[in-house]
Design a protein around this ligand. Sequence first.
Ligand code: CA
Length: 226
Amino acid sequence: MKVLLVEDEAGLILTLTDRLEAEGFAVKSAADGESGLNLALSENFDLIILDVMLPRKNGYDVCRDLRQKSINTPILMLTAKGETIDKVLGLKLGADDYLTKPFEVIELLARLEALLRRSPKTLNNSPDIFNFGDVEIDFKRAEVAKRSKTVELSAMEFKLLQFLIENRGAVHSRNQLLDEVWGYDAMPSTRTVDVHIAWLRQKLEDNPKYPQYIQTVHGFGYKFNS
Ligand code: CA
């Protein structure tokens, strides 16, 4: 995960870089709006943390320019206390979230995680095409094929599969999957998750009784193993 930090307070750059790197992010920083914009245009980042008050070009202008150039990387804006109206402006210009200074780093990390979750395209270098065994998934077209034959998946099955693959290796409880895939508003039971998992295995695994990829972690839930 590559993060671009555009911030002119040296102390904050230092603290945030340290903490983000400790969390496994690769961090690059720019101390003014113009070099931040140039960096964002010349390299791919998974996330951009963008201060509003910056020398040379303010955060709003940077945000607007990035979106105009079709850079859709999630942007978290940092605003100073009391800039309520400015927050709205930031969101209008294409920022995804904002955080008011001063903030706890733990809160920043939570926001970043949420942004990454909402932006599956940038997760875990998730490619447009993903292969496992003799299955090929085209995320852009939402098409799945096994041994080059099209496999029909329901929208929910596809969403569930996509979530598991994007977060491959991690174990997810049934409740977590309900929240992440079905959403908070839907109220299906955890049994729904089991049923969809069973369908996916039936369609994709060589031996659904002994799944190689969509695995059960007893007492916890499910994970995708590739
Ligand atoms: Ca500033």
